[in-house]
Design a protein around this ligand. Structure first.
Ligand SMILES: NC(=O)c1ccc[n+]([C@@H]2O[C@H](COP(=O)([O-])OP(=O)(O)OC[C@H]3O[C@@H](n4cnc5c(N)ncnc54)[C@H](O)[C@@H]3O)[C@@H](O)[C@H]2O)c1
Ligand SMILES: [Zn+2]
Ligand SMILES: [Zn+2]
Length: 340
């Protein structure tokens, strides 16, 4: 079968690879759509913390079940599914608490033993499968994974206030955080992004303000919109020097900062601001199963994210799909790779 493989920084090749064999508890999925994600970009650009070429891209996926392992009980041939793309070791202290996302020995698509999703056929254990409602498109099914990231970024917060949320970076993840935060009852949501298209999109999705961090004073504007108090929570969904300082300065005393962006280089941070203002800083790594369940319920329940899909490319055009997101020459939120 065909697979899109990052063979060197900035280079994707279509290679012929073996169709995965399935274990008794697994199914084989004929891939219909796969999403290009920020972490695929990190592999493509050579900035991923540990994944180095050659890597089969992708972990966001939707498709049809075409083969069942003999122990699979709850799914049948032809079921349209998406996959929660990680597996814990099952024995570490985090797995025992259901925290597969921070398992000490986690496996994920594109790592040893599990192929990525930019392929014609993808294997996945039954316990990672989620059925798509008939009216949900494969493309929207593919968005369940990043939506689960957004759900987790917000469920990790312990701050009680819901008056104001600041989202720094309105790419796919930041905009999905916006969508989920509105459902959770955040009243005033302020987004920042350097790209005009992303700012416009955030306004369409209900942001109270969309600021350009390069030309506007994000901190002053946040203070103005909160009567000088500051936001209850800031979600950092872009990686830029100074972005943690900005987050801390936007947030009120005893407020919180959630870090979802994968900033893999050292950046300066005036951490005294966190002490002085008694703020909490937390990281959010992918999702717990409960977040994935919630994201699937939202999509199967009719949440319309079709506007997020701004470009589609075939598997053969994977190089271009990565370049679109990497170079941002066109207006882009989510690029979907269609297979077959
Ligand atoms: N923690 C996790 O589990 C997890 C999961 C998925 C993605 N991520 C990370 O989250 C980040 C966002 O992912 P994404 O898929 O939305 O990427 P993206 O590239 O779609 O979005 C990033 C956005 O930030 C904007 N931006 C750039 N500089 C900025 C600045 N100084 N201020 C505000 N905005 C700025 C860009 O224009 C872009 O729209 C990435 O670092 C990605 O690796 C983390
Ligand atoms: Zn993703
Ligand atoms: Zn584990």
């Amino acid at each position: 079968m065909k697979a899109a493989v990052v063979t060197a920084t900035g280079r994707v090749e279509i290679q012929d690879v073996e169709t995965p064999a399935i274990k008794d508890d697994e199914v084989l999925i004929k891939v219909k759509t796969a999403g290009v994600c920020g972490s695929d970009l990190h592999v493509f650009q050579g900035t991923h913390a540990f994944r180095k070429p050659p890597v089969v891209l992708g972990h966001e996926v939707a498709g049809d079940i075409v083969k069942l392992g003999k122990n699979v009980k709850k799914f049948k041939l032809g079921d349209r599914v998406t996959v929660e793309p990680h597996l814990g070791c099952g024995v570490c202290e985090f797995c025992k608490q259901g925290l597969v996302n921070i398992c000490n020995n986690k496996s994920a698509p594109g790592t040893a033993g599990w192929i990525g999703t930019f392929v014609e056929y993808f294997n996945a254990p039954e316990k990672t499968l989620y059925k798509l409602d008939d009216k949900v498109s494969y493309e929207e099914g593919t968005l369940i994974e990043p939506l689960a990231v957004a759900v987790h970024a917000l469920t990790r917060a312990s701050v009680k206030g819901r008056d104001c949320l600041v989202i720094l970076g309105a790419g796919t993840i930041g905009l999905l955080v916006l969508v989920v935060a509105r459902q959770m009852g955040f009243k005033t949501i302020i987004c920042t992004d350097t790209a005009p298209f992303n700012r416009e999109m955030s306004l369409k999705l209900g942001a109270a303000a969309a600021l350009n961090p390069l030309s506007e004073d994000v901190i002053a504007k946040t203070r103005e919109l909160t009567n000088g108090r500051g936001a209850d929570l800031a979600i950092v969904a872009a990686g830029a020097d100074g972005i943690l300082d900005q987050a801390s300065a936007c947030v009120r005393k005893r407020g919180e900062i959630g870090l979802v962006a994968m900033i893999t280089k050292k950046i300066p941070f005036y951490c005294y601001s966190v002490v002085f203002n008694e703020q909490n800083l937390y990281g959010a790594m992918t999702y717990e199963t409960s977040d994935f369940v919630k994201a699937t319920e939202l999509i199967n329940g009719g949440l319309d994210l079709s506007a997020f899909v701004t470009q589609k490319r075939s598997l053969e055009q994977s190089q271009e799909a990565l370049e679109i997101l990497s170079q941002k020459k066109e207006n882009v939120i989510k690029v979907i790779v269609t297979v077959g």
